[in-house]
Structure formats: C-alpha cells, structure tokens
Design a protein around this ligand. Structure first.
Ligand code: NAI
Ligand code: MG
Length: 348
C-alpha cells in the first residue's frame, strides 16, 4: 500500500493540508497518510525544525505532501539562529529528499481570466510549466565569502546536474505540447554556455521529437508577462528559476491557486508555492486550491495515477468557478470550497 507523509507545518498549513488530505482519501482510499512535524511547530516540540523522527519517516514514503512553514514577522522563530528557523527545516527537507527538479505549473483556467492582472486576451489559455533546477547553482555552492568590503558567490554546474533536470523538462514536454524553452544568459556567463551546450546535446541525442529553443533570461522576464502563451515548458537553473517563477505567479491572479512538485531520485515533495499566511491563519478562510492541486500533482508524479490527478484538477477548476474563495474576490471559506471540490469529484 502506498504511503504518503503529510507535513502540515505552520500558519494556514494545517488547514489547507487537511483539505488536501480529505481529497486524497476520497480519490485514493488505499493510500496510507501519516502525519509528521516540520517547521516552527516542530521546533517548539522537538527543538529542531526538521526533527529526526520526521527524517526517519521519509525512508518509507512514496511521496510527501507539505503545507507551509514559518511565522509572522514578529514571531519568536525569526529570532532563532538561522539553522533552527522554520524555513531552514524546509531547505533541509528538500535536500534530504534529493529533489533536484522543481515543477511549477502556471495555468489560467477557462472562465477565470478576469482574476489575472493581465488583459484577458493575454491571460486566456496560459499553460506554462516551469522546470527549475533546485539543488545546484549559486544558492548551494560552498565557494562563497563575505570579507570586509568584498563578497562573492559561485554559480557552478556540471554536465550530470544539467542533464538530470533537462530530462525532467523533456519528459514533461512529451506529455504536453512538445516544446521546451531553455533559459540562460549564455551571452555573458560560462556556466550558461555549458548549460546551453548540454541541454542541446541531450535533446539531439535522446529527445529528437521535442522542439527546443534557447532564450536569455532578461528577455524571458519581459515576454513571460507580455506574451505568456508563447511558452510550453521553461527549463532553467536555480537562481533564474526562482525569479521567473515568482514573476509568472502573478499571471493566474492569486498565490492561493499555485501548486508545485519537486522531483528527484526518491520520493517527491508536493507543496503550494505560497507561505503560511499568518495574517489569516486559524480563521478557516485560506484558499486550499493550491494544496489540493499539489495533491493532484502527487497523484500524477508521486503515485503515477494520472486518472485520479485529472479528476482532482477538474473538480478544483469547477469549485473555483462555483465557489471562489476570498483571495479570488468570492465568499467561500476553506470548508465550503473543499466541500465543493468533494462534490465535484462525485460528478466528474
Ligand atoms: P504568504 O504567501 O504567506 O502570504 C502572502 C499573502 O498572500 C498574504 O496576504 C496571505 O494572506 C495571502 N495568501 C497566501 N496563501 C493564501 C491562501 N492559500 N489563501 C488565501 N490567501 C493566501 O507570504 P509571506 O506573508 O511573505 O510569508 C509568511 C510566512 O510564510 C513567512 O514566515 C515566510 O517565511 C513563510 N513562507 C513559507 C513558504 C513555504 O512554506 N514554502 C514559502 C514562502 C513564505
Ligand atoms: Mg523564491
């Protein structure tokens, strides 16, 4: 029987994870859900934001469903030394799982174009998948220093690191519209020159059916919001992907509808892209759509159940139209929205 570890975390995390777990139980009743601690709450109980017992539980997991971690700005957690803070627990978790490919779908559902800050004719039909390298590059390289009035960080990639994440992008494109845009800054950076060379070579060797093009990150930053429909899969390294995916997140109109999947060699990690929303935590009004859509990604990529994943995707799209939550200008609270999803599951 497949096992999913749930890590509700802090703030609205427990509320939205409960909603996602309810949906999972409905569409995959044979899956065992086992809850563990991560983040600030975990620090309060165990003195560690990523406690050993959570780490141990991962070895038996087929997939991990995460809520959110972190406290309000004035939270005592923010005064702790960096390794004990909630967000450090999350970084350690990603590293422990070896999740090197972060997938962020950016989709504007039909009938929800009005939520986007873009003109409706630009927002309509947007369906982009950003594949971001998550464990390498300038964020992780240990060749770094600040000393006096000088500092440096190092952006370094190796061919195996480029190829493993590029394979994920090509594989994803095969299930979609067959187009990959690889994003770099090859006109000025050696590391981008290597990235471009290796991505192209892999395409020519193993993915000849995929249409691949290369674009510069600064130009993509403009085009992704001025003409988002030109993209299918966007493949990029860690730093560029961090910035571009936050930029692209404005397109659907609310953080509350943006899921993500982080894949590697072992169990995948599935989580909404938003934070713990301390301003609305405990009120039962958070939009659980991102968490439920993350559960759909878990079904698709973690448990290889595409039919159940599609069923959940359809039910969420239906509920977003019939019962929009407050962040979308509607009235529905977490419970009402979740019930609408569960009802739509029965009929879809
Ligand atoms: P945030 O994403 O928590 O909130 C930004 C705004 O969006 C808030 O007004 C919030 O109410 C709203 N919002 C977010 N998700 C929502 C949802 N599902 N439904 C309705 N409204 C929603 O970002 P913020 O305020 O910068 O960070 C709060 C805490 O979360 C901090 O401690 C931060 O470090 C942490 N954080 C955690 C992340 C994670 O667990 N992956 C990611 C980003 C931030
Ligand atoms: Mg970021």
């Amino acid at each position: 029987m497949p096992k999913v570890i749930t890590l509700p975390g802090d703030g609205i995390g427990p509320e939205i994870t409960a909603a996602a777990a309810q949906v999972l139980r409905e569409v995959a009743p044979d899956v065992t859900l086992e809850e563990h601690a991560l983040g600030g709450g975990a620090y309060d109980v165990y003195g560690d934001p990523f406690p050993q017992r959570t780490r141990d539980a991962l070895s038996e997991a087929d997939a991990v469903l995460l809520g959110t971690v972190g406290g309000a700005q004035d939270s005592p957690w923010n005064k702790l030394p960096r390794p004990q803070r909630p967000e450090s627990g999350l970084l350690a978790l990603r590293k422990a799982l070896g999740c090197y490919a972060n997938l962020r779908p950016v989709r504007v559902q039909p009938g929800l174009e009005h939520l986007s800050p873009l003109k409706p004719e630009l927002a309509r039909g947007v369906d982009i998948l950003i594949v971001r390298e998550l464990l390498g590059g300038i964020y992780f390289d240990q060749d770094r220093k600040i000393e006096g009035d000088a500092a440096y960080n190092t952006m370094r990639y190796t061919t195996p690191e480029v190829e493993r994440v590029a394979r994920v992008a090509f594989w994803a494109a095969e299930q979609r519209r067959g187009r990959v845009t690889s994003v770099d800054k090859a006109n000025v950076l050696e590391v981008s020159e290597l990235w471009r060379r290796d991505v192209q070579a892999l395409r020519d060797r193993s993915y000849r059916g995929i249409h691949l093009n290369h674009e510069y990150v600064d130009s993509v930053a403009m085009l992704i919001v001025s003409n988002p429909s030109r993209y299918d899969v966007i493949l990029t390294e860690n730093l560029f992907g961090d910035i571009l995916s936050d930029l692209a997140a404005v397109i659907p109109g609310s953080l509350g509808v943006m899921p993500s999947a982080s894949l590697g060699d072992g169990a995948g990690l599935f989580e909404p892209i938003h934070g713990s929303a301390p301003d609305i935590a405990g009120q039962g009004v958070a939009n659980p759509a991102a968490a439920i859509l993350s559960a759909a990604m878990l079904l698709r990529h973690g448990l290889k159940r595409p039919d159940a994943a599609n069923q959940v995707d359809r039910a969420v799209a239906f509920a977003l139209r019939s019962h929009p939550t407050r962040d979308l200008g509607g009235q529905a609270d977490t419970g009402t929205f979740t019930r609408a999803v569960l009802e739509a599951l029965d009929t879809s």
